[in-house]
Design a protein around this ligand. Structure first.
Ligand SMILES: O=C(O)CCC(=O)C(=O)O
Ligand SMILES: [Fe+2]
Length: 310
């Protein structure tokens, strides 16, 4: 299967004037979001302040990866750091700030799960999720759904390489939605409906946004999750920051009744994403690579294995 399919993924304009709730522009953006997610499971989100942040974000990242604390995952051929941030992130405005806090935190503690809770409301992910729910006619659940979200900030660095092996194997993410922001080095590929790999070449002023398994479960299969991998093709390092919107522990990921009809029924057993991720990381920590890889590779069937399809 070629990884050179020349496709331009949809670019959707989220600049402020387009987003006044209820305005014709905002309704159009909403439809574009739904269409892009149905077709590709992802899109590029054009956003006012992104370019201004570029320098700050990648400057902070360089510092971050100079620290002696970096780790290498056994699954992902990338160095990465993670921090869990509370709900209500303003991804755009607070990213440099978060990076700063993140650097400080790393100096004091070890790698993962720093409980940073304080930040401002709203953000790109929240806006997009609201729009998705509106297109499914289930917007009444938006607040409860969004309030039950943790944002996991993950900062990744892939050393330049021209290997034919993926730097991150093909998988779908287990969370809801992921905005990603990368430096100028491409490498992410997504699989389209026909199984063809498409290179993601985001414009510098866009965030790349893709769907995860938990959103697919919540929508009772209404949108599929995006199957993706990272292939490095150049010798320059690739840096990428991802904001993984993830259902909080204690929140049952379950399709609302409006999305369950007699014909298809409830497709997936409700589950607690944090519990699942805990299970997942215990096995990763034990080095149970076989199991983890099986889970990643069969990600689409994953819900039926782990959550037991009803
Ligand atoms: O580096 C990227 O663009 C994607 C990373 C990724 O897929 C992941 O961390 O799950
Ligand atoms: Fe991923």
């Amino acid at each position: 299967m070629s990884s050179e399919t020349p496709v331009r993924l949809p670019v959707i304009d989220f600049s402020k004037q387009k987003l006044k709730p209820g305005s014709p522009e905002s309704n159009l953006v909403k439809l574009q979001v739904r269409e892009a997610l149905e077709e590709y499971g992802c899109f590029e989100a054009l956003f006012d302040q992104v370019l201004e942040l570029r320098h700050a974000v990648f400057g902070a990242m360089e510092e971050l990866f100079d620290l002696p604390l970096q780790t290498k995952s056994s699954m992902f051929q990338a160095s990465y750091f993670e921090a869990i941030l509370g709900t209500h992130q303003d991804c755009m405005k607070t990213w440099p700030l978060m990076m700063h806090i993140f650097l400080k935190t790393l100096n004091q503690t070890s790698l993962t799960s720093c409980g940073l809770k304080e930040t401002k409301a709203s953000g790109l992910e929240k806006t997009i999720r609201r729009m998705i729910l509106e297109t499914f006619g289930v917007e009444k659940y938006v607040d409860e759904f969004i309030d039950s979200t943790n944002y996991i900030l993950k900062v990744m660095k892939y050393e330049g390489s021209q290997s034919s092996k993926p730097s991150i194997r093909a998988h779908s993410d287990q969370n809801l939605l992921t905005p990603l922001y990368q430096n100028e080095v491409n490498g992410l590929e997504i699989q389209n409906k026909d199984g063809k790999w498409i290179n993601v070449k985001p414009l510098p002023n866009t965030f790349f946004v893709m769907t995860g398994e938990s959103l697919s479960v919540w929508l009772n299969g209404g949108l599929r999750s995006t199957y993706h991998r990272v292939m490095m093709k150049v010798s320059k390092a690739r840096c990428c920051v991802g904001m993984f919107a993830t259902p909080r522990g204690g929140y049952q990921v379950k399709a609302p009744k409006e999305l369950v009809d007699d014909k298809i029924g409830l497709l997936f057993k409700p589950f607690d994403c944090e519990e699942f991720l805990g299970f997942y990381s215990i096995h990763a920590a034990r080095g149970d690579l076989e199991l983890i890889l099986r889970l990643i590779v069969v990600s689409k069937i994953l819900q039926s294995i782990i959550y037991v399809k009803q």
